[in-house]
Design a protein around this ligand. Structure first.
Ligand SMILES: Cc1cc2nc3c(=O)[nH]c(=O)nc-3n(C[C@H](O)[C@H](O)[C@H](O)COP(=O)(O)OP(=O)(O)OC[C@H]3O[C@@H](n4cnc5c(N)ncnc54)[C@H](O)[C@@H]3O)c2cc1C
Length: 476
């Protein structure tokens, strides 16, 4: 009998399958702090090759872990399996073609490995873009965006990925290809597209996506307001939304991250501010001017010391460079960071933020905050050095406590990074046994044998059947 590597190589050809220790180690991780182990890594170029991989994996009793660019922060693409039964990691980076663009209908069929920003760049000459814009958009794939139902700074006004996906072509665990969704504005039947978006690679592998394209806004203004306290910044966020203004983006940075960013990017961020808000308003010119005036007035009323409205495109780009370089800036300060993700009601932002600092202090962990304040999506960023004994454990302890206070404040487990492995075992804090069993039944309808990403999203125990515990050695 041939080995897994031999069968996959026979199906895809030499060069499309990797099994050497270095490659296996590289694909054992994503951008989270977790690490698993891969049996083989393959790089199919089309749906037929994905079908072939699924057939080989099934024949060898291996699970399949879909993977885009590996920028996920919840361990979704981390392969988990006992020694000798490690999963096949299926990487979509060679499925990176934009298959068709319909400018009149404002849609495009793309392969899953197309990078988010590449898609927007490719349709910019038509006055269009792909609206979901994760801060990782230069690197992350559309397939990963779909699987994680990703958000981004501009999703406050435009909605997260699911609002921009019309249909998905999926290879299922029996090797068949299904098309979920379509262009019908009022589709009949169950919304299987909606079920698949956000399923984190547990229901099948997306081999093509029909995305909605959004017109580039005719006018855009960006402003930076600096505040003497995080509380006044958070109150401004609530006041802006209460006033009926929905900025395209409304981002908050605390003093610690503002200082780190300024040292790195030199964008003129006020390093003595307790918090800054970066707001972007877009739309028709008259409406944009009025909304900017409202935001400036509300910021001042809530104590902003200064509000800087970008004078031109260069200044606007510089402000955004500061925001989007936050994680790079942190890498200059600490060897490792853990980027957390939870949601609280906007009105609870400042009190929860205060608790985040207290929890970090109590666990002797450094923390900075940069987040999508407009939708209450907190991203505490814990700094640590994994070489220091006990450091990672303290970070996990702090992260767990933060999740609990967010849930107590009426929030949820994840704003955009997904559940993956990272938060899988916290699911019972949010869902009852019956809720989890219903989710498991839905998953089994797509993948009865749990071929795809079996250890992710749903926790062990409860009525979730045969979900396995993590094997020893998984670094979570
Ligand atoms: C610096 C940084 C900033 C970030 N900022 C944001 C942000 O602002 N907003 C946000 O939402 N996220 C953010 N992320 C997280 C991450 O970039 C997103 O979740 C992104 O959508 C993951 O895409 P990917 O291609 O890297 O997916 P991967 O990490 O490769 O995979 C993610 C999940 O998708 C599944 N998957 C991948 N491709 C497919 C497919 N074709 N079919 C089925 N399942 C698939 C995988 O199994 C896994 O569960 C950030 C990450 C980093 C490192």
């Amino acid at each position: 009998m041939r080995t897994l590597l031999e069968d996959l190589t026979a199906a895809l050809g030499a060069g499309a399958v990797k099994g050497d220790p270095l490659e296996l180690a590289l694909y054992a991780r994503d951008a989270s702090v977790m690490e698993g182990s891969a049996g083989c890594v393959c790089f199919p170029t089309d749906a037929a090759q994905v079908q072939a991989v699924v057939g080989v994996a099934r024949a060898h009793g291996r699970s399949v872990v879909p993977r885009g660019s590996g920028t996920g922060l919840a361990g979704g693409a981390v392969p988990i399996g006992k020694p000798g039964a490690e999963p096949v990691v299926v990487v979509t980076t060679r499925m990176n073609r934009i298959l068709s663009v319909d400018a009149a209908a404002r849609t495009a069929w793309v392969e899953p490995g197309v990078l988010n920003l590449d898609l927007s760049r490719a349709v910019a000459h038509l006055g269009l873009h792909f609206a979901p814009d994760p801060s990782s958009q230069q690197a992350c794939s559309v397939g990963g965006n779909v699987a994680n139902n990703s958000g981004g700074p501009h999703c406050l006004a435009y909605g997260v990925t699911t609002a921009h996906v019309l249909a998905v072509e999926v290879v299922l665990s029996d090797g068949s290809v299904a098309r979920l969704g379509g262009t019908d504005p009022d589709p009949t039947g169950y919304d299987l597209r909606g079920a698949f978006v956000g399923s984190e690679g547990t229901m099948g592998l997306a081999t093509a996506v029909l995305v909605r394209l959004t017109p580039l806004p005719p006018a855009v203004r960006t402003l930076l307001a600096d505040f003497p306290s995080a509380e006044s910044a958070a109150e401004t966020v609530s006041a802006v939304i209460a006033a009926g203004v929905v900025p395209a983006a409304l981002e908050m940075m605390d003093q610690r991250i503002t200082v780190a960013v300024e040292d790195f990017v030199h964008a003129g961020f006020p390093t003595d501010a307790a918090a800054v808000l970066l707001a972007e308003i877009d739309g028709l010119p008259g409406g944009v001017d009025a909304a900017v005036a409202t935001v400036v007035e509300l910021a001042r009323r809530h104590g902003a010391r200064q509000v800087r409205v970008a004078a031109d495109e260069a200044e606007r780009a510089l402000l955004w460079k500061g925001r989007k370089s936050a994680f790079g800036a942190v890498a200059r300060i600490a060897p490792d960071y853990y980027l957390h993700d939870a949601v609280v009601p906007r009105t609870r932002l400042s009190e929860v933020l205060q608790r985040v600092y207290e929890i970090a202090d109590a666990n002797h962990v450094g923390v900075m905050n940069v987040f999508h304040a407009g939708d209450g999506n907190l991203h505490p960023l814990f700094l640590f050095d994994r070489r220091v004994p006990g450091a990672l454990e303290r970070v996990h302890e702090a992260a767990g406590e933060v999740l609990r206070i967010c849930l107590d404040a009426g929030g949820v487990l994840s704003g955009e990074h997904g559940i993956g492995l990272e938060k899988r075992d916290y699911m019972p804090l949010l869902f009852s046994e019956d809720d989890l069993a219903a989710q498991d039944a839905l998953r089994r309808a797509f993948d009865p044998e749990r071929l795809f990403n079996p250890d992710k999203v749903l926790p062990s125990g409860s009525r979730c059947g045969d979900i396995r515990s993590l094997p020893e050695g998984v670094w979570v």
